[in-house]
Design a protein around this ligand. Structure first.
Ligand SMILES: O=C(CO)[C@H](O)[C@H](O)COP(=O)(O)O
Length: 226
């Protein structure tokens, strides 16, 4: 699915981050249209002889990696040296992710990596995180978690599928509540509160995880070390 700014800006961010991958490294392969540019660029470097292995964060990134010829491994067998992943919003180096409902596996792989590179076009940058926070819940936990989110000041909405009747079902077989907290003053505190709710598999607040943000525009890509 395509979200955010121009495809050219996303391509510049994704390709710049892929350029930072060294021979012999294991790479976490993020999900979304910006991360897909990085995966395609890595596929081209594999074609030209670079020895890298990927760890997919979703069905989408696994299929794309297979298509472009990146050999795959898993967290059972390897630790990612670097992960490259997109974001829905970036503020002060913290992120909201999960626009593609892949944030549970993304957080697992991105947090495991020695270096986590975020790839984003300029439209994702904000002064404060304020986009709805995706919260993946076990199907049985939908109502209790929604009630707890309201108690925390959020407005949860079950994510509906686009070309299927009913809700989005994640790669893990769960549901997603998009939770609007408006401007988030304390992302770390909210992340802790959401993680503590029974039935929450994972939420899309990525606090203090990013090592560098690759920001693409229609002209170039710049790197902001965190
Ligand atoms: O978190 C994600 C998927 O769960 C994506 O990385 C995020 O939604 C950004 O996507 P895009 O690069 O297509 O704008």
């Amino acid at each position: 699915m395509k979200r955010g700014g121009s495809d050219e800006a996303k391509r510049r961010a994704g390709e710049a981050a892929a350029d930072a991958v060294d021979d012999g490294q294991v790479v976490g392969l993020g999900t979304g249209s910006t991360a897909a540019h990085a995966i395609r660029a890595l596929g081209r470097t594999v074609d030209s002889g670079l020895d890298v292995e990927g760890i997919a964060t979703s069905y989408q990134s696994r299929e794309l990696a297979r298509e472009v010829g990146i050999p795959l491994t898993t967290l059972d067998d390897a630790t990612p040296d670097v992960a490259i992943d997109g974001a829905d919003q970036v503020a002060d180096g913290d992120l909201i992710k999960g626009g593609g409902a892949a944030h549970a596996r993304e957080k697992l792989v991105d947090a495991a990596a020695d270096r986590f590179l975020v790839v984003a076009d300029e439209s994702k940058l904000a002064d404060r995180l304020s986009a709805p926070v995706p919260v993946e819940v076990l199907p049985d936990a939908r109502e209790p978690v929604a009630a707890s989110i309201r108690d925390l000041g959020g407005d949860p909405e079950l994510r509906a599928a686009e070309r299927k009747d009913g809700p989005v079902v994640t790669d893990n077989g769960n549901l997603v509540l998009d939770c609007d907290f408006e401007a988030i003053d304390d992302p770390a505190g909210l992340a802790t509160d959401l993680s503590a709710l029974p039935g929450v598999l994972e939420h899309g607040l990525f606090v203090g995880l990013a090592d560098a943000i690759y920001v693409g525009s229609d002209e170039d890509a710049t790197v902001r070390e965190q």
